[in-house]
Design a protein around this ligand. Structure first.
Ligand code: FE2
Length: 273
């Protein structure tokens, strides 16, 4: 199975990159299943029904969230109507929506997608490791699901790496999001799980993590209120990770970074068939 995960889409330039590049990648890489993190897609803060539909039309199968999941209030009701939109599973009990679900993929296959939020330098939420374990107790990759993907939304590299090892051999892909900077550590862990500490953002890299650079720089220079931060509007780089899984085990056979458009060095995996 061929999977792709696209990192945090920031603002209009990020949305344009998804619309322009995702349909092409889906075809050229023969992708079976695509997950997009959309929590910064609406002017950097949250997402909307219209934006999620644009992602689904471009080829996304599931849209994940994070600490900005509720920044656009319409998502609080929208998530109850749209099973393909996830929010972190370790939000408090009673929170609308779901943090994990099994989705259909071509060829009668099943993909479990989970979205969890890390805790170091983040909001004090329930233990994400326990939340993941609770789901994984009922799931066996290669038996009742064909692939497992976790979007682990967090600040600290250590916590994200630890989650990768925690799920090693149980998931097809554990990928970090939230820092908006792609890491170069994509690898297949010893147990067969593809891992990358952070997928990076799908946004304009002539920016401070997606935002127009002047205002954030001023915030570091002077401890004074500044004008509102706005997403940078130059051409975005679609950043993500491509994983090919073994059809028997559901574990990773190949992992490659994806970077298309914009300022970052370009990288599209060569695939056959
Ligand atoms: Fe975030």
């Amino acid at each position: 199975m061929r999977l792709m995960f696209c990192g945090d889409v920031v603002g209009r330039s990020g949305r344009d990159a998804i619309a322009a590049h995702l349909p092409v990648l889906k075809k050229d890489l023969s992708l079976d299943f695509v997950v997009v993190n959309g929590e910064n897609a609406a002017s950097g803060f949250g997402m909307t029904e219209k934006i999620c539909n644009q992602f689904f039309e471009a080829g996304a199968d599931v849209v994940t969230g994070g600490n900005h999941s509720w920044d656009q209030r319409e998502c609080i009701s929208y998530i109850e109507r749209e099973p393909r939109l996830l929010r972190p599973m370790n939000f408090p009990e009673g929170t609308p929506g779901k943090g994990a679900a099994v989705f259909d993929a071509p060829g009668n296959r099943k993909v479990l997608v989970m979205n969890a939020m890390a805790r170091l330098f983040m909001d004090p939420l329930d233990d994400p490791f326990a939340a993941v374990r609770k789901i994984m107790d009922r799931v066996k990759i290669g038996h009742n699901v064909d692939a497992v993907i976790l979007d682990f939304h967090g600040e600290a590299t250590s916590e994200k790496v630890a989650m990768g090892h925690y799920l090693d051999g149980k998931a097809s892909l554990v990928v970090g999001t939230h820092t908006h900077i792609p890491t170069a550590d994509h690898q297949i862990l010893v147990g067969g799980t593809a891992f990358q500490t952070d997928a990076g953002m799908t946004g304009d890299y002539d920016s401070v993590i997606g935002m127009n650079k002047e205002v954030p720089v001023q915030r570091f220079l002077k401890k004074m209120p500044t004008e509102r931060m706005r997403p940078a509007d130059g051409e975005a780089t679609l950043c993500g990770i491509f994983v090919e899984t073994d059809d028997e085990t559901g574990l990773a056979r190949r992992v490659e970074p994806v970077r298309v458009g914009g300022r970052l060095s370009q990288m599209v995996p060569a695939v056959q068939g």
